[in-house]
Ligand binder design. Sequence first.
Ligand code: GDP
Ligand code: ZN
Length: 330
Amino acid sequence: MTEHDELTGTITQGTGGLWHVLTADGVIHEVSLRGRLKKADVGRRADGAIRRDTAATTRQVVKLAVGDRVRLEQDERGHTLAIAEILPRTSRLARRAPGGARGERVLATNLDQVVVVFAAARPEPHPRMLDRFLVIAEANDLPARVVINKVDLVNADAAAERFADYPRAGYPVHFTSAKQGLGMDALRAVLDGRTSVLTGPSGAGKSSLINALFPGLDLRVGEISESVNKGRHTTVGASLHPLPGAGGGFVVDTPGLREVGMWELPVARLDFCFPEIRARRDQCRFADCRHTVEPACAVRLAVEQGEVSSARYDSYLKLSEELTSEKPSW
Ligand code: GDP
Ligand code: ZN
């Protein structure tokens, strides 16, 4: 085998053991995992190329996911390409397996950001729901940004005022109208060259934005999650869509990002999923402060003094209550 036989690519989708791997030449190869990798190699390579995900999953074999960069090789027998190696991951979107199963489910890897799209109106935006999406991003250590679309339907100043909590908490906010072409260049600039998970409620205009920004992609974002996947714990796989144009980058469409409860997030981690609470929790008198009734709570004080948004704090309390009342399944 020569150098030229070696190829690396990106997994764009996978079903039933067959994976689509996009290589630099724009070709999509439909391949499976090389048998040897499936068994012994994973997690044990001397060069550390395949790394175990977390200490909690030490006995688990690393499973391929959409977004993974892989090395392809001709298999020993013939001329069939197969996945020989998973390259190190820079990030991942994973959630704990529901129903008491061990480990977690990796939905996608090598993501740069989560883009949460809401409409300024029609459908009426629910800040509590927006906070949930942001918590999911934070729980996965992924930077998040907010897009408020359909600003053509509202007064611009009123919209900026309404969502002012988000830049205050540290999230970039884009105001767009896919219909009138407002804010599109700025949005394109932050999608270009990056791998972005696009999420948000149905009807917010995700598909309209993507199709206006990248004609030819013809994407129906979140369609699967609406029709097939509603209310189920299992998810239909994610898919990765290369952005046309020189900049590169991908948009990831992954169903099953909606319900924080489904992510089995330990309540103790919720503090770290609100940047404004994360920044203050160390100043609470009690290390295990829940920021509800405890004396000398720095978070409550900041809310009272208007430094932390009371709406965001309400979201925190609501989620905290939800995560506490749900039976832990591990
Ligand atoms: P998705 O479910 O998030 O992918 O939303 P769609 O892109 O399918 O858009 C839902 C509806 O909102 C469609 O009827 C779009 O034409 C409309 N829509 C999308 N963007 C805008 C916008 O910026 N302004 C207005 N007024 N309508 C929009
Ligand atoms: Zn506190």
